[in-house]
Design a protein around this ligand. Structure first.
Ligand code: MTE
Ligand code: MO
Length: 329
């Protein structure tokens, strides 16, 4: 791969990066940037992946899902060094640097709201009844880059059914761990913490919606959202909330972090849609991160067309037949 000199990159290729560069400048101006050296090496069940190949505990008994994409996969080294996880820093390379701060043991998930089986479930309670599947999905960030990742998990619907949602449950909200020691980015007001996301109940119960506990055959590395994260492949990446500690069944549409932060730019639905531009940049194309570089080398990845619903239109378009997708973006 030819690495272009920075001054030869057309501005149209880097528009999406302006956003995070600007956020970093703002943070630095305020004296709030996360130092790369703040990450203390503390013990924990999760891992802070930093090498070239898959690291972490191997997951046993994983079966291959029949409908995985056969597109070239994002190499592990790239998938774990170019991340959005603002609780571990706002630069793409920060989550890897700060990953060891996130201690994931013990871990529990609180389930509440409109269901018959609310309560506090340990990670083991959550995982135990479910057979693990490997599903290779595309994940596309609203910043116009995408990856192809072999996730390991199980359908979210199988988990939600266990809590017996009642007739009032029309939505489900998810919340990330709130702990500024283990997630030091929460010491800075970049977003309202904790990070929250939500789905309509039919979206949550859709067979493509995955609760992931691993990737590349191993437990999730911390920067990827250990120990439990959502993967909603037809929606922009920010819907795929990481390090989940709470699941709430609600009657009304729940708050979501990016909608709270910038409602004009990020709607509740956030379906990947090449025909609806973000107010500040196009969504027609994406940089596919499937090369060999690490970290910011991703900025030079090849561009390709973005597909409606990220290529999952056949499966999910029917969920939105009653909605005007330019209004419900
Ligand atoms: N808690 C939390 N979850 C999050 C984020 C975040 O900042 N905090 N970023 C989101 C965004 S914008 C994207 S694109 C994906 C990135 O997932 P990846 O790092 O595994 O590629 O995580 C999403 N989940
Ligand atoms: Mo994103």
């Amino acid at each position: 791969m030819i690495i272009k000199a920075a001054n030869k990159i057309r501005s149209s290729e880097i528009t999406s990066e302006d956003v995070f560069l600007k956020r970093r400048e703002l943070l630095q101006a305020a004296g709030l940037a996360l130092g790369a050296t703040t990450a203390a090496m503390l013990p924990g069940a999760g891992i802070a992946a930093s090498g070239d190949g898959p690291e972490g505990q191997k997951l046993d008994g994983v079966t291959a899902w029949a409908d995985s994409t056969s597109e070239k996969q994002t190499p592990w080294a790239q998938a774990t060094s170019y991340n959005n996880f603002y609780e571990l820093g706002t630069d793409k390379t920060d989550p890897q640097k700060n990953a060891s701060r996130l201690i994931t043991e013990p871990w529990s998930v609180e389930v509440n709201g409109e269901c018959a089986k609310p309560g506090k479930y340990t990670l083991e309670d959550i995982l135990k009844p479910h057979a693990l599947e490997e599903r290779v999905y595309r994940l596309r960030c609203v910043e116009a880059w995408s990856m192809v990742i072999p996730w390991v998990g199980f359908p979210l619907s199988d988990l939600l059914k266990r809590f017996e949602p009642n007739g009032n449950a029309r939505y489900v909200q998810f919340q990330t761990l709130h702990d500024p020691q283990r997630l030091p980015g929460q010491q800075y007001p970049v977003l309202q913490w904790p990070y929250v996301e939500g789905l309509r109940m039919d979206e949550a119960m859709h067979p493509l919606t995955l609760m992931a506990a691993g990737m590349y055959g191993r437990v999730l590395p911390n920067q990827s959202g250990a120990p439990l994260r959502l993967v909603v492949p037809w929606k922009y990446g920010f819907k795929s909330i990481k390090s989940i500690v709470r699941i709430s069944f609600t009657e009304t549409q729940p708050d979501t972090s990016w909608n709270l932060s910038a409602p004009r730019e990020y709607g509740f639905y956030s379906n990947v849609n090449p025909t609806v531009s973000h107010p500040r940049w196009s969504q027609a194309k994406e940089r596919r991160l499937d090369g060999d570089g690490k970290g910011l080398a991703a900025l030079f990845a090849e561009k390709q067309e973005t597909q409606m619903f990220n290529g999952y239109a056949e499966e999910v378009a029917g969920l939105y037949s009653d909605l005007d997708l330019t209004k419900n973006f």
